[in-house]
Design a protein. Structure first.
Length: 383
């Protein structure tokens, strides 16, 4: 399949990302034979077919206004629309270009139309009590689209959306929760969503205050427990799920924390817990798509055996669980489940800047160069 990205115009921000990615690949292939952070892994023909079937399902089921239908409160959801359009972009299409360019355009129109004057992205009458999830995913989509196009109309709405995230950062702890307000406490799940949205916007050239990022990183680190798991809320200090573990690892990578103590102990737990969480019929079945949206990014950024062990297993699981019409069933609807599955499977394409591996490669090489701990001793991370 010919991807539209092959003949697109790269804005300056994307050009810098491309140069950095090339440097990371070059460094990984020099000087330390056998320690490349990420073994080369192409999509098999079967996986390519699975992905295209999923994307074409999304294209067929998109509503005229650019949204998708869904269960319960997830019909015409700006977050789901953003994820679905990102799945098209992860295949190489861009706004107005490629096999799914028309669908991306419609999705962009839907999201842009629903950016309120205060920057909050939600449909009229939307539930503001849980809205920061959909706002975060929709903002992430706008950040990726703006990075590819530098369209002024996208940039204007993206700046409003980013400003809303900044104003909604919790005064008490530096994270985010469901409602677009700085009062009350945060939770790690919503916080990760905002961290990734802010990273995308910053990559695309939108200014994000350093203080905002620093406070968010501090909150994520405070949420990391001694065993490497992440608690849902800092005050509870209760061990969280595999989904939260994956989200926490992804947030640390997304924030540029490639070699901190919290990441090291979380990766040890991630490696231990991943094999029993690949099946859709396990303990995380209710949040399967969400969990592996972040688990795939965590494994990809960690590289090495984390990725080479994870990706073939999740490819098989997703291929086996795909419906005959190309969709994936999910608690939050088929559009959501299908978009998430396609994003997971297409990570190796690296068409979305938010998924690119930069400093993570250097950190992996640094870890490989460290002398092993004396026999019988385990390295201890400071708490």
């Amino acid at each position: 399949m010919k991807h539209a990205i092959a003949d697109c115009r790269l804005p300056i921000a994307d050009f810098r990302w491309a140069i950095a990615a090339c440097v990371a690949v070059a460094v990984a292939s020099m000087g330390m034979a056998g320690t490349s952070a990420l073994p080369k892994m192409e999509l098999s023909e079967k996986t390519k077919g699975v992905v295209l079937s999923g994307l074409r399902y999304l294209a067929r089921t998109q509503n005229r206004d650019g949204s998708w239908s869904g269960r319960g409160g997830y019909s015409r959801n700006v977050g789901v629309s953003g994820l679905a359009c990102m799945a098209f972009m992860a295949n190489g299409s861009q706004p107005g270009q490629g096999e799914f360019g028309e669908q991306i355009d419609r999705g962009l129109d839907f999201v842009l139309t629903n950016v309120r004057r205060d920057g909050f992205i939600t449909v009229p009458g939307g539930d503001t009590r849980t809205g920061m999830y959909e706002h975060g995913f929709a903002t992430l989509f706008l950040g990726e689209a703006y990075g590819m196009t530098q369209r002024q109309d996208i940039g204007e709405k993206l700046r409003l959306a980013v400003a809303l995230i900044q104003r909604s950062q919790k005064a008490v702890d530096g994270g985010w929760r469901y409602e677009p307000s700085p009062t009350a406490e945060s939770d790690i799940s919503v916080t990760v969503c905002q961290v990734m949205a802010l990273r995308s916007a910053r990559n695309a050239g939108i200014k994000v205050p350093k203080e905002c990022i620093d406070r968010a990183i501090a909150y994520v680190k405070q949420s990391c427990l001694a065993d490497g798991s992440f608690c849902y809320m800092v005050r509870s200090r209760t061990r969280g799920s595999y989904a939260l573990l994956s989200a926490g690892v992804s947030a640390l990578y997304g924030a540029g924390e490639y070699d901190c103590p919290e990441l090291k102990r979380s990766l040890r737990l991630f490696e231990q817990d991943t094999p029993r969480n690949v099946s859709r019929h396990g303990a995380i079945s209710h949040y399967y798509a969400y969990a592996h949206y972040y688990a795939s990014q965590a494994a990809y950024h960690a590289g090495g055996h984390y990725w080479s062990g994870y990706y073939p297993a999740v490819c098989k699981e997703l291929a086996d669980s795909q419906e005959s019409n190309g969709s994936w069933q999910d608690t939050f609807g088929e559009a959501y489940g299908t978009a998430m599955a396609c994003l997971v499977l297409q990570l190796p394409y690296q068409y979305l800047p938010i998924f690119q591996r930069l400093g993570a490669d250097d950190a992996a090489l640094k870890r490989a160069a460290e002398p092993p701990a004396p026999k019988g001793e385990e390295p201890v991370d400071p708490q």
